[in-house]
Design a binder for this molecule. Structure first.
Ligand code: ADP
Ligand code: MG
Length: 345
């Protein structure tokens, strides 16, 4: 419903030597699901709090729907924020928790009740409305927190690691729920996480952050397959992109791109790589082969990833011929780590 834009946004906390948010530019599109992804301490929460008005910038601008926001208190911005901790009132029922912001804004009881029912319906928590938070599971609490944010009908949702308190299995279902919820309400959402799986699964686009800056903004496909620099290349992917040094350039390739000869159909630029496997990790759905390559980037530790459907024997501590297709090679500048033009190896 509204585009969120920040321009030259900077935040330096008093007493800190570095910038939490460093001259950052970012704009969502209308109704976009934008994910901020980056390691702990890179400035994600600070950026969200600056957009929400919970923090004042050192300099720069925040615009929501084209309107300048800096100086306006949080409640004057049409945003709703859901925190990691959900921050539900423990002594209030789910219903009272969801109703609270409406009550605070002076809405009539009848209208409030309708609004709560509507949000509860949308999030599938109608039967839980009379329970207190301690009688709800983590996933249910998260939905109550979302419902409380939703009743205000914000133009923008700001979600700060809302799934991080859930166990892995619940996280996967909660992620699906969140995605469906967003598809239905269609509100511009900025979602913060340090979890790349969440980012890849939820984001229309992902802004990969480090040290208060955005390293790359792109679709999940773009940031994964066309990383702007070695930081993005190695932050995404599990295992991350292999980076080896060759002459004056860094060569990157994904573990799934290094495959035994014969398994992959080489293209014109394909490189043949003698690969000495030291260790095999069998994860069921895939095998990770940990070893060193000698053709490019002599003796650099790399990982090849074979799907379980590739059943070739890989002898340990022997050198086998592996292949990387030219189209799967990425090149980075040795000094800056930034992407450089492709070349022949
Ligand atoms: P993230 O959410 O990505 O983990 P944060 O935005 O919380 O990162 O923090 C970014 C940087 O700002 C960190 O170095 C953190 O220590 C610092 N920081 C965050 N909040 C404050 C604060 N209130 N006072 C001082 N430093 C802070
Ligand atoms: Mg944070």
């Amino acid at each position: 419903m509204a585009i969120v834009e920040v321009r030259h946004l900077t935040k330096k906390f008093e007493g800190n030597a570095t910038f939490a948010v460093d001259d950052l530019d970012l704009a969502t599109t209308e109704d976009e699901y934008l994910v901020l992804l980056g390691p702990s301490g890179c400035g994600k929460t600070t950026l969200l709090r600056l957009i929400a008005g919970l923090e004042q910038p050192t300099s720069g601008e925040v615009l929501i729907g084209g309107e300048p926001m800096v100086g306006l208190p949080p409640r004057a911005r049409k945003i709703a924020m859901v925190f990691q901790s959900y921050a539900l009132y423990p002594h209030k029922t789910a219903r009272k928790n969801i109703e609270f912001p409406l009550k605070a804004s002076g809405m009539e009881p009848g209208d409030r009740a309708k609004k709560v029912e509507w949000a509860a319906e949308l999030l599938g928590i109608t039967r839980l409305l009379d329970r207190r938070p301690r009688h709800l599971s983590g996933g249910e609490r998260q939905r109550v927190a979302l419902a409380r944010a939703l009743v205000r009908e914000p133009d923008v949702f700001l979600l700060d690691e809302p799934l991080s308190n859930l166990d892995a299995k619940l996280r996967a279902t909660a992620r699906d729920d969140l995605k469906q919820f967003q598809d239905r309400v269609g509100t511009t959402t900025i979602y913060v996480t340090h979890d790349q799986v969440e980012a890849m699964g939820l984001g229309d686009r992902i802004a990969v952050m480090s040290e208060g800056r955005i390293r790359q903004l792109g679709t999940p496909h773009e940031v994964y397959h066309d990383p702007a620099d070695t930081f993005v290349a190695t932050f995404l992917g599990s295992p991350p992109m292999n980076i080896v040094e060759r002459d004056d350039v860094l060569v990157g390739f994904r573990p799934e791109s290094l495959l035994p000869k014969g398994v992959v159909e080489p293209d014109d630029d394909a490189v043949s790589v003698p690969f000495s496997v030291h260790r095999v990790e069998n994860l069921g759905s895939e095998r990770h082969l940990v070893g060193t390559v000698s053709g490019i980037g002599a003796d650099t530790r790399v990982i090849a990833m074979l799907p379980s459907t590739v059943s070739v024997e890989v002898p340990v501590d022997e050198t086998a011929e592996f292949v990387i297709r030219g189209a799967d090679l990425r090149f980075f500048d040795k000094d800056t780590g930034g992407r450089t033009a492709r070349r022949r190896l």
